[in-house]
Ligand binder design. Sequence first.
Ligand code: CDP
Length: 571
Amino acid sequence: MNLNENAIKVLEKRYLAKDENGKLLENPEGMFKRVARAVASADKESVSAEELKDIEQEFYDMMANLDFLPNSPTLMNAGRPLGQLSACFVLPIEDTMEGIFETIKNAALIHKSGGGTGFSFSRLRPKGASVNSTGGVASGPVSFMKVFNAATEAVKQGGTRRGANMGILRVDHPDIMDFITCKKNNADITNFNISVGITEEFMNAVEKNEDYNLVEPNTGNIVGKHNAKEMFDLIVDMAWNNGEPGIIFLDRLNRDNVTPEIGQIESTNPCGEQPLLPYEACNLGSINLSNMLKDIGGKTEVDFDKLRNTVRKAVHFLDNVIDVNKYPLPEIDEMTRGTRKIGLGVMGWADMLCKLNIPYNSQISIDLAEKIMYFIQDESKKASIELAERKGVFPYYDKSIYKDLGVKVRNATTTTIAPTGTLSIIAGVSSGIEPLFAISYIRNVMDNDELIEVNPVFKQIANTEGFYSDELMRRIAKRGTIKGFGEIPENIQNVFVTSHDISPDWHVRMQAAFQKYTDNAVSKTVNLKNEATHKDVSDAFWLAYKTNCKGVTIYRDGSRDLQVLNIGKVK
Ligand code: CDP
């Protein structure tokens, strides 16, 4: 199997089964076998023993060849007693003490199983509102977020991963200013990503420089007004300061809600790519685009046949996961089996572009992004329709927009672009649809180890072209870009662009290109240089809004003290 050293390290540390003394009970091959067997077993009743073996082999090959990987909880837990296979959950928070603490308990159960949780705090009454039963006053959403944060801190998920949370507050909630500034100090509320839930009405008011209403959720009363532009600028200022909050466009999430009769979407999962209904979960998986290429007469091209084949198998795999999954709560079981959402996405996009000799920041790459994602979307729907013919439509089909369209699908959604934070390490490729972070860089890995990493595609080309040296890689790591290195041919300098060579608008345009053909949302960080201005942040937000993105997260280099990836820090 073609796993690099980092991949093996990560798998051994967190993914492979161990006994109570920490001794490994399986190797990576064994892990993929365990996962393939468990996921294929969903077909046990409907196919012959021989066909079941073939399905298992297909699933195994797809993972072992690193063509497709399911999200981490599936790799960790499939075929093991815990059996919780989804990365993404959204829980409701009711405006009662019982409701709030019930959700904290449920979130703890989900974190224990390796899942991440998103919540909207928008239903909670604002700070200072009265509490009838006690005659006291309410503490407000931000104060309760701190309780959720502390609970998450305490449940360290023995050996797998720390719980991640998304906290969302609507921009018209009276406590919105407290929320926008709640992570100003980096040390606070560290187990949450936060996003402001933006409405169309608000964006219109910003454009016209008008006031907008603040509404008390528990009464529906308008309790104040605020200038929309000032509020927008406060979000920009905080995001410039340390990357938080992000923004999500709530009305767009609901415009694309395929089961509006069942409920409104008020939150996403922790990294923002998966909008879900309250109590809904979703399992994700990513196709490694870097492997979807072929050589024709010395020319590298996208292998659409292989891609089609991989999409078909991946949809089958992810749909099976829904059946073998052990959900942490009965409400989640019911909802998730009801909509049967899956989220197929991609990783290794930047590596694919490098192999094709296409710069990330170019119109050709935007066009190719649309072509590839259109293809994946289309094939995933065909696969879901085929599954529906064999196994039936999703149970809430009659409450979905698909019944009006007359299209019989097995899954309410099929596509999502995840960050692939760990999956991309396992596959040894660039993460999600992000550009290369650097050509060579220092990675702070677990236990504070530091490693110099060289992008494998670059390393290969540098070797073939004869300009590779360790000394050069260290110099590149210090600089964070290969622009201006005389020993590197110019066309290679143009193709191997890093996050920091790319202007923010290309980041946003790439996100928009993938979003165009993605059911759910796209995880993307718009990386800005340290010198970026407030206007740069504001421009990125506007471009994302105008190009139909579902949200934006920006990050200005060096604006948080502790970064996972560092450039220019070689000792
Ligand atoms: O690569 P991997 O499958 O581990 O995860 P990812 O693609 O980076 O993240 C996908 C989703 O997994 C996130 O949006 C979260 O919902 C969840 N997640 C989590 O709960 N805790 C983490 N430490 C990382 C991810």
